[in-house]
Design a protein around this ligand. Structure first.
Ligand code: PRP
Length: 208
């Protein structure tokens, strides 16, 4: 039995569709249920940011989560596969009328990705003041809470519709299959067999 932590929403649905394609049958959380067992798998329906925690502590053997979250949390897990979905960038946004100028003193940056932001500006040797937010980051520059934001950009619509522009991209992200380190060794056959099956589906889709 392998326990798989999935991030609630679209990515969970797309991942379960891959399982259905591989194993046949129905893979679907009913109503508000948080655990589902099908065949040799148990699926956990968790918040995106919490997926790595379940995997790192071993409550889940396998997880599906964005590279941005893996990088932000500096996790001690095994990265198995880029699933080529949920593609986005982590970018710096500023107001349309502003110029990018990191040399200005006391620039305030709002983000939920504090570590990624700190490390990026540390490499540039720019001091930063970071304001931690949990969502709707694009609001911060509009009301003067911050001069810039560091956030996920997928279609770019949220920035555009709020009068912001991308000043710089920090990293590309996409959803990855990860494994708990102990599970990777103790259940190696099961984990690698699943990895190979999912990889086959991912590669065949990317060849279309
Ligand atoms: C994410 C992200 C941006 C938006 C980017 O927010 O934080 O706000 O999506 O997508 P776009 O480029 O396609 O507009 P999410 O919807 O996860 O909610 P949050 O702001 O509450 O984190």
């Amino acid at each position: 039995m392998l326990t798989v932590a999935l991030p609630k929403g679209r990515i969970a649905e797309e991942t379960l569709a891959i399982f259905a394609e591989i194993f046949g049958g129905e893979f679907k959380f009913e109503g508000r249920e948080l655990i589902m067992e099908v065949g040799d798998f148990r699926f956990l329906n968790v918040r995106n940011q919490d997926v790595p925690t379940y995997v790192e502590y071993g409550s889940a053997d396998i997880g599906v989560v964005g590279l941005d979250v893996i990088t932000e949390k500096e996790l001690d897990i095994v990265k198995l596969l880029d699933m080529q979905m949920g593609k986005c960038k982590v970018s710096i946004g500023i107001k349309n009328e502003d110029e990018r100028d990191w040399s200005k003193p006391n620039i305030k940056r709002a983000t939920k990705m504090v570590n990624i932001t700190e490390q990026y500006f540390a490499k540039k040797a720019v001091g930063v003041e970071i304001i931690k937010l949990y969502g709707s980051i694009e609001l911060a520059p509009l009301v003067g809470l911050a001069d810039a934001i560091v956030d996920i950009v997928e279609t770019g619509a949220t920035m555009r519709e709020n009068g912001l522009k991308v000043a710089e991209d920090i990293m590309d992200s996409s959803v990855h299959l990860i494994a708990n380190k102990n599970s990777y060794y103790e259940k190696k056959d099961e984990v690698l067999s699943l990895y190979e099956k999912i990889n086959r589906v991912v590669q065949s889709r990317s060849n279309i």
